[in-house]
Design a protein around this ligand. Structure first.
Ligand code: RP5
Length: 173
């Protein structure tokens, strides 16, 4: 299957990526319908000022793109991949099989099986190919875990401090 977009992932491409030239984190998703969940990961990275790219890479619908992306990510300077998919969610596992970079899987909720299918597809990897996995639909935690991997721990500590301070002691407040 010819995919004209694969060239954008080549390390020597003059375009240097699709929506960021030098991303540290790559957020990929199996479908545009995953965007509302994966946008939460992007929002976190924006907050920490960590450069990222966001792409649709489908293990099933764009296999050539998957191959080009996974093969080229490390050479492009990407350090962590956050991969969201739903249903037969093979994207995170296939990326981890073709790249030595750490992969964080985000199971996206489905209508038929409520995302348990996505969760099991992502978490039940065979020995030798690890994929980290956050909770169903928890794109935010995908972004936070990526930020912990590539960002500075001081910024993360302040973020955690702010979160704690935002939790009132009195539940009626
Ligand atoms: C997966 O299938 C995607 O990750 C998405 O979560 C699910 C459904 O995709 P669409 O049919 O909505 O495009 O590939």
């Amino acid at each position: 299957i010819d995919d004209p977009d694969v060239d954008a992932y080549a390390p020597d491409s003059p375009e240097r990526g699709v929506n960021h030239a030098f991303p540290l984190v790559s957020i990929v998703m199996g479908s545009k319908t995953d965007l509302p969940v994966m946008q939460k990961a992007a929002d976190v990275l924006d907050e920490f000022a960590i450069p990222y790219e966001m792409l649709i890479v489908s293990a099933h619908r764009t296999p050539d793109r998957l191959y080009a992306f996974a093969q080229g990510a490390e050479a492009r300077g990407v350090r962590v991949i956050v991969a969201g998919a739903g249903g037969a969610a093979h994207l995170p596992g296939m990326v981890a099989a073709m790249s030595a970079l750490p992969v964080i899987g985000v199971p996206v909720k489905t209508t038929a099986l409520s995302g348990v299918d996505s969760l099991y597809s992502i978490v039940q990897m065979p020995r030798g190919i690890p994929v980290a996995c956050v909770a169903i639909d928890n794109g935010m935690n995908g972004g936070l875990l990526a930020a912990r991997m590539v960002g500075n721990s001081g910024a993360m500590s302040s973020w955690m401090q702010n979160q704690s301070e935002s939790v009132a002691l009195d539940p009626r407040k």
